[in-house]
Design a protein around this ligand. Structure first.
Ligand SMILES: *Cc1c(COP(=O)(O)O)cnc(C)c1O
Length: 495
């Protein structure tokens, strides 16, 4: 079965998977969606016992139908190798009754590595297939983790350049150091004077600028995106939900066919949407619990059916979730309209012009698999502390939000279904906030002294990604105002 892709806003149809990956965003500003959501060829029982790489192939071949078996397997082998510090790639850790799916064992210690270690291979393969002769320029807005993971993936990949925009005061110290010390002649990092939404909107605007696109083409460049708006990000994220269920089955933690719940700390809605896709593929998932921090726009949306971004943007200790415009929600909207691109476009336009929209009761009913929750800063810290006190297991601030929301959900609903919690970053990435949660003592000023302290209390070895930045040279110092992002891109590319 061949699947093609179409824009959620109707402006593009019949696009192959490889073209959709190359383009990133559809030309009408919409997101690419497959014409149908496929089903797994194998049963969960057959998948239990398969390696991560084998599972990846079973999932990816369903979505990326214009890639050959050889091409897909090549991409998978290259991506999920010794860059990961564990052979299982995505281990499950049982703690306090829940299953933490550790998605941070890749080279930049956040879950973004799960997709961004394969995206460069998808992209270079797609470029070859489509005889694209232009240099691909990856433009990326980051709330802290995507930027580093994308640069790690694309650094020195021939035929590509990557430019990352991050909010100057909106990322953790480790996140910032990881980015500004990035090596590779084709990488550029720019701190913007604004928040993540400003960065993401700015990037989308550059994508939509047809004149600039033409100018770029004249100079031999073509834009693409490494954000989760790219279908090439979403598909690899489906894999670990299939793998997690199969692992639970293989370890006899669940019975065949038993439903599980999934809790995901959410920002741009990419990770949890991947879990929803996994459910459509046939993984027995009951509820998708969407966990937000104080920027609880999604919680309000699932409560009321109204999405309203007109509110203050709050900086929290889970910065990768500090987002008020969750791009991938557009894909769920589209599905809930019964794939009505016109209606989707109308809602998205309204969001752009008025800052809010409300879905119909029918649409809301179609999203009943989702359930929203949120955790305040204090609740996040308390969840990290409690888990540590009870089990010695240390989680990061984003996973802490999910853990807190899961506990609330259980209490409010009495639903005791076994639950997988997506653990999206290593606690080392947010050492200071994590240590503040679990220790009563005053912390040292120096970030690396805090990191050493975290190592002492957690007993978890300091990851290579953190050791690397201890003494690394700062290579990127560019800054710009939000309205100058396009100018900055032009300058970097020399046009
Ligand atoms: C990106 C990120 C998230 C949010 O994921 P989305 O797919 O944007 O919803 C959560 N936690 C961490 C650590 C992240 O890096």
């Amino acid at each position: 079965m061949r699947i093609s892709y179409q824009s959620t806003r109707g402006g593009e149809q019949g696009v192959t998977a490889s073209q959709a990956i190359l383009k990133g965003l559809a030309c009408d500003g919409g997101l690419f969606m497959p014409t149908e959501l496929p089903k797994l060829d194998l049963t969960m029982k057959e998948l239990a016992g398969k390696t991560y790489q084998e599972t990846a192939y079973e999932v990816m071949k369903l979505f990326l139908t214009d890639f050959t078996e050889e091409e897909l397997k090549y991409c998978i082998e290259k991506a999920y190798d010794s860059k990961f510090d564990t052979e299982t790639i995505a281990p499950l850790v049982k703690a306090d009754g829940a299953y933490y799916l550790e998605l941070f064992h890749g080279s930049t210690i956040a879950f973004k590595d799960m997709a961004l270690s394969i995206l460069p291979y998808f992209m270079t393969t797609a470029a070859k297939k489509n005889h694209a002769d232009k240099e691909i320029v990856i433009l990326t807005a980051t709330s802290g983790d995507t930027g580093k993971a994308a640069m790690a993936g694309f650094a020195d990949v021939p035929g590509t350049r990557i430019i990352v925009f991050y909010p100057k005061d909106g990322v953790s110290r480790v996140q910032e150091l990881q980015m500004v010390t990035q090596k590779g002649d084709n990488t550029s990092v720019v701190a913007i004077h604004g928040n993540f939404d400003d960065a993401q909107t700015g990037v989308k605007r550059i994508f939509a600028d047809k004149e600039f696109g033409a100018e770029l083409a004249d100079h031999g460049f073509q834009f693409s995106s490494a954000n989760s708006i790219n279908i090439g990000r979403l598909v690899p994220q489906v894999v670990y939900y299939v793998y997690a269920y199969a692992s639970l089955l293989a370890n006899e933690e669940i019975k065949d066919g038993e439903e599980i719940n999934v809790t995901v700390p959410t920002g741009n809605f990419g990770n949890i949407l991947a879990a929803y896709f996994a459910k459509q593929l046939g993984v027995p998932i009951k509820k998708l619990i969407c966990a937000s921090n104080d920027n609880k726009v999604l919680y309000d949306f699932f409560q009321t059916g109204t999405y309203d971004r007109q509110r203050d943007f709050i900086l929290t200790t889970s910065p990768s979730m500090d987002i008020l415009i969750s791009s991938n929600l557009e894909r769920l909207l589209y599905l809930s309209t019964g794939c009505d691109a016109e209606q989707t476009a109308k809602l998205m336009n309204q969001l752009g012009t008025e800052g809010h929209y409300t879905v119909t009761p029918e649409m809301k009913a179609k999203m009943a698999d989702f359930c929203g929750g949120f955790a305040t800063e204090a609740e996040d810290a308390a969840a990290i502390r409690e888990l540590y006190d009870e089990t010695g297991y240390v989680i990061d601030t984003h996973t802490g939000v999910a853990s807190a929301v899961y506990q609330q959900y259980k209490k409010n609903t009495g639903d005791e279904t076994k639950t997988v919690i997506a653990s999206t970053a290593s606690p080392y990435k947010f050492s200071r906030s994590v240590m503040e949660a679990i220790s009563d003592e005053k912390l040292p000023e120096d970030e690396f002294a805090v990191i050493d302290e975290l190592c002492r209390v957690s007993g978890v070895e300091i990851p290579k990604a953190v050791e690397e930045i201890r003494n690394a040279q700062i290579r990127h110092k560019l800054e710009c105002d939000v309205q100058d992002m396009k100018k900055t891109v032009a300058k970097i590319l020399g046009i």
